[in-house]
Design a protein around this ligand. Structure first.
Ligand SMILES: [Zn+2]
Length: 92
C-alpha cells in the first residue's frame, strides 16, 4: 500500500468519524438539550481519530500529505507539493 492510498483511506475514515461526531452532538442536543460535554467528547474523539494523519508523510522529503503550506486540508496530496514525488506510486 502506498502512502497516498493509506492517506486516502484515512481521509475516508475521518469523513465517517466526522459524520458520527456531528450526529452524536445533534442527537444529544435533541434529547438532552445543548451539551458542552457531548461537543467536547466529539472533538476529543475526532482529534484522537485523526492522529495517524501525522504519520502520513512523503517518503522522500517527509512533508505531510495533508499540509498545503501552512494549511491543513482533509484530502491528501497525490504528488508531494515540496519535492514532487508521486506518492500514488509504490516506492517502498
Ligand atoms: Zn516530498
Amino acid at each position: 500500500m502506498t502512502t497516498y492510498q493509506s492517506a486516502l483511506a484515512h481521509a475516508k475514515r475521518m469523513l465517517g468519524a466526522l459524520t458520527i461526531a456531528i450526529l452524536l452532538v445533534l442527537v444529544i442536543d435533541q434529547f438532552f438539550g445543548h451539551s458542552t460535554i457531548a461537543f467536547a467528547i466529539a472533538i476529543i474523539g475526532l482529534v484522537a481519530a485523526n492522529r495517524p494523519m501525522l504519520r502520513m508523510n512523503c517518503t522522500t522529503c517527509g512533508k505531510n500529505l495533508f499540509f498545503r503550506g501552512i494549511f491543513v486540508v482533509p484530502w491528501p496530496n497525490k504528488v508531494c507539493g515540496k519535492c514532487g514525488t508521486d506518492l500514488a506510486e509504490a516506492s517502498d
